[in-house]
Design a protein around this ligand. Structure first.
Ligand SMILES: [Zn+2]
Ligand SMILES: [Zn+2]
Length: 265
């Protein structure tokens, strides 16, 4: 935990409660300086916003999505497009081949799988309740019966705080008739623009977590032919905590090893 005396710099908009979208940890300038700046993501070179000193411990108490980030070493720089997008490290060097030097094992690797997907909604596998011939299903959308239930496949991003990008779960969420239609037809200019949110419940189970079926979620349509982003309600569920606060490459290694059944990886 950060000590009580450590301070961080935040900008006006963050003081006012706006989301932190940019974090950088520089060499501390003096005693008590953590080196951290947590900023709103706007251009601060215009001088339109002022810098404020806040206690690091109070900041991470109020915004627990910064809790694990605050533990990163000097040199760390992270950003995200909005508080729905996952944090990305922008200081980590990626080689031309797309590999990077892994903080967990020290190896160069680009081959480590960074996603795990589930092909169908959970109820599809319950063939007694939901006979297979009553489904209309493709890789992105599913409807049961005459529209009794709709499901959308989306991406749940887990920020990797010492790695090159998020770890992604491809899972299903439920959608109302109206949301289902809107998610499928919303036209967005590019991959950075989001449409929504559309309320739903998680309709997949993930191994290695307590049951995630029925967790409340917001589905955000995305442009650029990308699957929607899934944002979990900010609860204490271990998956929701990882989604909000992030994980390390050590955890990615653990997840990948368990998914591939190779515990010695
Ligand atoms: Zn700002
Ligand atoms: Zn590694």
């Amino acid at each position: 935990m950060p000590s009580n005396e450590e301070f961080a710099i935040v900008c006006d908009r963050v003081v006012e409660g706006e989301a932190v979208l940019y974090c950088t940890r520089d060499e501390p300038a003096e005693d008590g300086d953590s080196g951290w700046q947590f900023l709103c993501g706007n251009d601060h070179s215009t001088g339109a916003e002022e810098a404020h000193l806040v206690r690091l411990s109070e900041l991470v108490e109020a915004r627990d999505e910064l809790r694990d980030i605050a533990e990163l070493a000097v040199g760390a720089v992270l950003e995200r497009g909005s508080d729905i997008h996952a944090w990305q490290r922008v200081d980590l060097e990626e080689s031309a081949e797309g590999s990077f030097s892994c903080a967990a094992c020290g190896e160069e690797h680009g081959e480590l799988p960074m996603d795990f997907g589930i092909d169908h909604p959970a109820s599809y596998y319950d063939t007694e309740e939901f006979p297979t011939d009553r489904w209309k299903i493709d890789p992105d959308y599913a409807t049961y019966g005459e529209g009794e239930h709709h499901f959308v496949r989306g991406v749940l991003e887990i920020p990797v705080l010492d790695g090159p990008g998020p770890f992604c779960y491809g899972i299903w969420v439920s959608a109302s008739d109206k949301s289902f239609r809107a998610i499928r037809t919303t036209e967005l200019p590019d991959e950075h623009t989001l449409g929504g949110p559309f309320f739903g419940w998680v309709q997949s189970e993930l191994p290695f977590y307590p049951s995630v079926l029925g967790l409340k979620a917001h589905t955000w349509a995305r442009g650029g032919n990308l699957r929607p982003l899934i944002q979990l309600e900010p609860t204490g569920h271990p998956l929701a905590v990882e989604h909000r606060c992030g994980i390390t490459m050590a955890r990615v290694h653990e997840l990948v090893a368990r998914m591939t059944g190779d515990e010695n990886d």
